[in-house]
Write a protein that binds this ligand. Structure first.
Ligand code: ACO
Length: 307
């Protein structure tokens, strides 16, 4: 028995911040942002906090799964932007959805948070320690962005994606997760400050690490890149995604990209992409899906799942 995704849901705030809006805020242009990153617009939470977004995504995922909140054994929230120092955002979410039987905790692994969470959820379920797990990737990055720093403020957005996981066929076929704290200064945010990033260095590391992790995860699953039905990478930069896909010889039509509409939503990006891909019919039951992400830590990894 493996771990199957039985429910998917996502939520993004209504307020759209376009590249043209950013032109009025910092010395940048739609043309620079589009060609360097692939981003056209992103969503910004104004009146909503992280838990509001996580709740809306979770309710949709629970509905699709047909799972009642009190059936959940664990709630994992991957985030680097929790609303409080403590308790965890997961506990606040637990209160909102009234999942009284569950225990709740946050995972801090930046853009790789959803993959780390999936690994832990899979371990809980396949070991028999949990039957149903809610895993959410949620970020309100707009609150830790320096809106005067053009090299970072154009990149990020807010949103949440959720999955409900249960025992079932298929599920997580393989994973390769890594971190290397030697590189922490390449991408970080001080406790009460904004995101600092060495973009060019990160770009190079991302392409190499995502390729290596993907190949390793595929090999562990006994698969080749051509066996993949859909590649759902973390949405940090369309040039990173295309470079990795090219190295893996994954054709364009098998890559899911929504960075143009949401920017980089860190831990939320993969579950948002999975939810959208499913809603659009791009992700179907039985599909073999490659997930890959890299973020602050540095953390990175790849997983192969059967949906
Ligand atoms: N508008 C106009 N010009 C800009 C902007 C902007 N918004 N930002 C930077 N520039 C300028 C720079 O000042 C620089 O000018 P100079 O040559 O006169 O010094 C020039 O554009 C080129 O800057 P680079 O940083 O070299 O541009 P690059 O092509 O590397 O693109 C980017 C920058 C988009 C940040 C890219 O490096 C990248 O995507 N890196 C990876 C980011 C990433 O993967 N993050 C993931 C993790 S996020 C997380 O974990 C939360």
């Amino acid at each position: 028995m493996g771990t199957t995704i039985v429910g998917l849901g996502f939520y993004v705030p209504h307020h759209v911040l376009t590249n043209f809006d950013l032109e009025k805020m910092v010395d940048t242009s739609d043309q620079w942002i589009t060609t360097r990153t692939g981003i056209k617009e992103r969503r910004i939470a104004r009146d909503e906090d992280l838990v509001d977004m996580a709740q809306k995504a979770s309710v949709k995922a629970l509905q699709m799964a047909g799972v009642e909140p009190n059936q959940l054994d664990a709630i994992l929230v991957a985030t680097i932007t929790p609303p409080l120092g403590f308790p965890a955002a997961a506990c606040l979410l637990q209160q909102r959805i009234e999942a009284q039987r569950a225990y709740a905790l946050d995972i801090s692994a930046a853009c790789s948070g959803f993959l780390y969470g999936l690994e832990l959820a899979d371990a809980l379920i396949t070991s028999g320690k949990a039957k149903k797990v809610l895993l959410v990737g949620a970020e309100k990055l707009s609150q830790i962005v320096d809106w005067q720093d053009r090299s970072t403020c154009v990149l990020f957005g807010d949103g949440a994606g959720a999955v409900v996981l249960s025992q079932g066929e298929g599920g997580v076929l393989s994973s390769t997760l890594r971190s290397d704290g030697n590189f922490w200064e390449i991408l970080y945010a001080p406790k009460c400050g904004s995101i600092k990033m060495k973009g060019r260095e990160l770009f190079r590391l991302a392409v190499r690490s995502l390729e290596e992790a993907s190949l390793e995860a595929l090999e562990k699953a006994g698969l080749k890149p051509q066996d993949i039905d859909l590649f759902v990478p973390h949405q940090a930069n369309v040039r990173i995604i295309e470079a990795v896909a090219e190295k893996l010889s994954i054709p364009k039509e098998k890559i899911y990209i929504n960075i143009d509409r949401y920017g980089n939503t860190s831990a939320a990006s993969i579950p948002i992409a999975l939810s959208e891909a499913y809603a659009e019919g791009r992700l179907r039951r039985g599909d073999t899906v490659l997930l890959a992400a890299m973020g602050g830590g540095l953390t990175w990894g790849a997983m192969v799942i059967r949906f």
